[in-house]
Ligand binder design. Sequence first.
Ligand SMILES: Nc1ncnc2c1ncn2[C@@H]1O[C@H](COP(=O)(O)OP(=O)(O)O)[C@@H](O)[C@H]1O
Ligand SMILES: [Mg+2]
Length: 333
Amino acid sequence: MKSEEVILSVEHLSVDFRIDRRHILHAVKDVSFQIHAGETLGILGESGCGRSVSCMSILQLNNPRTTIYPQGKILFQGQDLLSLPPKKMQSLRGGEIAMIFQEPMTAMNPLFTIGDQMREAVRIHDPSASKAQAGLLCADMLRQVGIANAEGVMDSYPLTLSGGMLQRVMIAAAMLNKPSLLICDEPTTALDVTIQAQVLELMNRLKEEHGTSILFITHDLGVISEMADRCMVMYGGTKCEEAPTDELFSRPLHPYTEGLVNSHPRSDYRGDRLRTIPGSVPSLKDMPQGCPFHNRCPYAQDRCRTELPPMQSYGENRIAACYHLQKEEVSAC
Ligand SMILES: Nc1ncnc2c1ncn2[C@@H]1O[C@H](COP(=O)(O)OP(=O)(O)O)[C@@H](O)[C@H]1O
Ligand SMILES: [Mg+2]
């Protein structure tokens, strides 16, 4: 149910953290992307690439003690979230924009029961709902994420539930108000495969029935290839490629994307050794000059060690930032 309407437009977002008096970390550098209504955009990348920081910036949930005011624009339905008064931002959270966190306790208050918190979430965004009506809605949503004993769970306090159960509660809570944008950061990591499939299907139903847009982060390439219409790839705080999902997997352009895709077992995988990308993501504290991927890249040239490659188009709906690709294109002409 994807439409042409752009619901979220992140423009040249940069996020820095002050880690001590002398050091500043550049966690996200000049990242831009858009999501259309009813579309799922996946963000791929290894741990530490800046995916969570980018998503947390949308709801302004990065630690205020260390975050230096983010640069750029985050336009949600046309309004810039970075200049929205805190009260307005608060009312968007959990209403029009909901987020499922990697760590479920982030979203819970340990002092209130699950039911209290979920009912409250419904009534903040729909004050006309009675407590009983809100309760029915919550129980129904909990059943949809595979929690049979919905009433029992609603009477429980968060810390008495298992990690997998809490994650399902958080997913149900995020979907309660039929958000326009659902941000999912590694949403199904703690779930077993059957429950994971059920939750992913539920997200897809929300997208089909309500035109919800989904921003989806996971390290699981199998999940993302099924969920996302389009994917962007991040490395060392920068965006290195974006493409429709099927094209990204069948013909990765950026050498980092190629490495990721080659390290992933495909459905026709017959047990040959998978290739892993040699080396590891450099620490933000000593990020190399030039392209952040150059010291793991099999195609690195001198220029890659000194200059950050700009984003360039390859065909109608593909972009990538890589000097090697530019060179290939010139030699193909
Ligand atoms: N509040 C913070 N203060 C300082 N550094 C942070 C903070 N949050 C994240 N970082 C750093 O920013 C980088 C990107 O992190 P993150 O976005 O969480 O990566 P990932 O792609 O795994 O989600 C990491 O190096 C992380 O340590
Ligand atoms: Mg993360």
